[in-house]
Design a protein around this ligand. Structure first.
Ligand SMILES: [Zn+2]
Ligand SMILES: [Zn+2]
Length: 152
C-alpha cells in the first residue's frame, strides 16, 4: 500500500497521519495475518524503522479504536492485531497454535442470537474455533478428535 493511500485511510478514520501510525498500519496491511505487539516491534526493527514497544502499543490502540485494525480474539495470551476489512472469527489449532481466519456465517454483528432471558444489548459476539489444523491433523495426532470440516 502506498504512503498516500495509508495517509488517506488514517485521515478518513479521523486520525492524524503520523509516521508511526503509517508505519504500523502499512506493515499490517502488507504482511497480512495476525501479529502481537512484540511481533510488530521485531518486524519494524527488521524493516529499518524501529519503534519502541510503548509507541507500538499506543499506535495499535489508536488504530483499533478508529476501526482500522481488528483485535483478533484467540483466547488467553498475547493480543493479536490484524488489518482486515471484513468481520470474521478465528480458528486456533490446539497443537501448533496457528491462527486461521474463519468467515462469519452471518457476516454481520452480532453473529449469535442472544440467549433468551438475558437483559443484555449485545452488539458483537466473537467465536473462537478450536481443533487441529490440516498440518497437525495429518501429522502426529491421529487420536485427537477431528474438528468438523465444512466444504462449501
Ligand atoms: Zn496445527
Ligand atoms: Zn483474522
Amino acid at each position: 500500500m502506498q504512503t498516500d493511500e495509508l495517509h488517506t485511510r488514517l485521515r478518513e478514520s479521523g486520525l492524524r497521519a503520523t509516521r508511526q501510525r503509517s508505519a504500523v498500519f502499512g506493515l499490517l496491511r502488507d504482511a497480512g495475518g495476525h501479529h502481537s505487539v512484540d511481533d510488530l516491534v521485531g518486524l519494524l526493527a527488521e524493516s529499518g524503522d524501529p519503534l519502541s514497544r510503548m509507541t507500538v502499543y499506543n499506535v495499535v490502540s489508536d488504530l483499533t479504536g478508529a476501526g482500522l485494525l481488528m483485535q483478533a480474539d484467540v483466547g488467553p495470551g498475547r493480543a493479536l492485531y490484524e488489518a482486515s476489512e471484513t468481520w470474521h472469527h478465528h480458528f486456533v489449532c490446539r497443537s501448533c497454535g496457528i491462527v486461521i481466519d474463519v468467515p462469519c456465517a452471518r457476516s454481520t454483528k452480532p453473529c449469535l442470537e442472544t440467549p433468551p432471558g438475558l437483559d443484555l444489548s449485545v452488539d458483537e459476539a466473537q467465536v473462537i474455533y478450536r481443533g487441529l489444523c490440516p498440518a497437525c491433523r495429518a501429522g502426529a495426532h491421529p487420536l485427537e478428535e477431528r474438528s468438523s470440516e465444512r466444504h462449501t
